[in-house]
Design a protein around this ligand. Structure first.
Ligand code: XMP
Length: 478
């Protein structure tokens, strides 16, 4: 990759400046493998990650994205309890054996059982005695028409069909079918203690989402954003999240490094740090912080960013990716790079991955999906969803991610607020992005993302070229 210098100033190229040159190809657009890595220890089926922003990623987005093969990063503009709650919901959304099971005592009332089921959105509760042994199961069918004051032991099923931890998926299916039941408690064969729960819903979902990214226990993969200055939040989230993502605008900072060091010493989840934007920042991270598992790269390119307007500082995502990729290559380090900010379409994704990224983080694109938490509004006959920057006045009102920006005055906004067009379900959006990315690999002649990095040749467009290389000279009737 070459770099341009004029009067000792580098040209900070952005996505719109470049184009991928077509190469000799024997690859059909449907063929390429676009699986990738997000950290040293976690793979993705699709290299798409949703931004930790409160108009982009809460549990609904994270669950759906992980089911489709990508990854959601739960935002941090909330209390740590709320962040833990969202992360737990993702981890509990499906798995072969649920290990964190909600249970009830036999002496509790039907009313309590109903409340518990509603609170945790579950349809059945194993009943445990004071020795923690399984003595029954109560499901919503048992309590639907039961008197609220009855006790759980009056309505529960006592002859529970159970299995042990060694049960296979096929055997579990057979048991559930044979006994016409929806839940199969897993017990320790010697102590009789509850070890987990298999539900028919989880088994059915497993078939429905064959590309889902999962942890070793079959639960969906989940990441959560943290501050470098909040060790407590990092520690509690570490119990549930597979990946923790440091979420600050400018990570290449002495205090951020100090905080990250402390976090690295106290958590076992993979840690992604960022954002960084320069060769020097990448070298410093890799030489001074032991155990970092991923880099989040790009400063000021986000569609809702006003950082570079407010401060005239920043590093466009494509330039940042090239710089960080250069540093990691020179250090012989294969740490994955996540390109973050300013990604508008599958073409930008292809360019970022060709430049050295392993995954792309997107806020704007995913904010427009049905699964994002933002409000849906109708404007002049079209639907939009609310989207705002984490440094915007709207986000700052909630006050939890103040320390994302190192501002002397908390009244200075580094983000803006607005609306993005409603795009439909995440599944449709992902199909479009994956299709476009695979087609790009077809043009380059790359079988997978590693080949894309090796074979890609960039061209720099002139202003006339930029204009010509997009739809032009036509009118679109309203
Ligand atoms: P896109 O372009 O996908 O970018 O909307 C999302 C990324 O932008 C970053 N982000 C911000 N940057 N001020 C900033 O300077 C903000 O208020 C802000 N909020 C989010 C973040 O990296 C995100 O992933």
């Amino acid at each position: 990759m070459s770099f341009w210098k004029e009067n000792n100033m580098e040209k900070l190229i952005t996505f719109n400046d470049v184009i991928l040159l077509p190469g000799w190809s024997s690859i059909e657009p449907k063929d390429p493998d676009i699986s990738s890595r997000i950290t040293l220890n976690h793979k993705l089926v699709l290299p798409f990650v949703s931004s930790p922003m409160d108009t982009v990623t809460e549990e609904e987005m994270a669950i759906e994205l992980a089911r489709l093969g990508g990854l959601g990063v739960i935002h941090r503009n909330c209390t740590k309890e709320e962040a833990v709650n969202m992360t737990r919901k993702v981890k509990r959304a499906e798995s072969f054996i649920i290990s964190e099971v909600f249970t009830i005592r036999p002496s509790e009332s039907v009313k309590s059982a109903t409340e518990l089921m509603n609170q945790y959105n579950v349809h059945g509760l194993p009943v445990l005695n004071d020795n923690e042994n399984l003595i029954g199961i109560v499901t919503w069918r048992d309590i639907r028409f039961a008197d609220d004051n009855l006790k759980v032991e009056d309505v529960m099923t006592k002859d529970v069909i159970t299995a042990t931890e060694e049960v296979s998926l096929d055997d579990a299916k057979t048991l559930l079918h044979k006994h016409r039941i929806e839940k199969l408690p897993i017990v320790d064969s010697t102590t009789g203690k509850l070890k987990g729960l298999i539900t028919i819903k989880d088994i059915l979902l497993k078939g429905k989402y064959p590309h889902a990214v999962r942890d070793e226990e079959g639960r969906l993969l989940c990441a959560a954003a943290i501050s470098p200055f909040d060790l407590e939040r990092a520690k509690v989230l570490d119990k549930y999240a597979d990946i923790l993502v440091i979420d600050v605008a400018h990570f290449h900072n002495v205090n951020c490094f100090k905080g990250a060091k402390e976090i690295l010493n106290n958590v076992s989840a993979d840690l992604i740090v960022g954002n960084i934007g320069t060769y020097a920042a990448a070298v410093d991270v890799l030489s001074r912080l032991d155990g970092v598992a991923g880099l989040r790269v790009g400063i000021g390119s986000g569609s809702i960013c006003s950082t570079s307007m407010v401060t005239r500082a920043g590093s466009p995502t494509l330039y940042a990716t090239l710089q960080v990729a250069k540093a990691t290559a020179e250090l012989g380090n294969s740490i994955p790079i996540c390109a973050d900010g300013g990604i508008k379409n599958s073409g930008d994704i292809a360019v970022a991955l060709a430049a050295g990224a392993s995954a792309c983080m997107m806020g704007n694109i995913f904010a427009g999906c049905r699964e994002s938490p933002g409000r849906l509004i109708a404007l002049e006959g079209k639907y939009y969803k609310q989207y705002y920057g984490m440094g915007s006045i709207a986000a700052r009102k909630k006050r939890f991610s103040y320390d994302r920006y190192s501002q002397p005055s908390k009244d200075i906004a580094e983000g803006v607020e607005g609306f993005v067009p409603y795009r439909g379900t995440i599944s449709d959006v992902i199909n479009e992005l994956a299709g476009g990315l695979k087609a790009a690999l077809g043009y380059v002649g790359a079988r997978d993302l590693n080949e894309l990095k090796q074979k890609a040749n960039f061209g720099i467009l002139t202003p006339a070229g930029m204009q010509e290389m997009q739809p032009h000279d036509l009118i679109t009737p309203k």
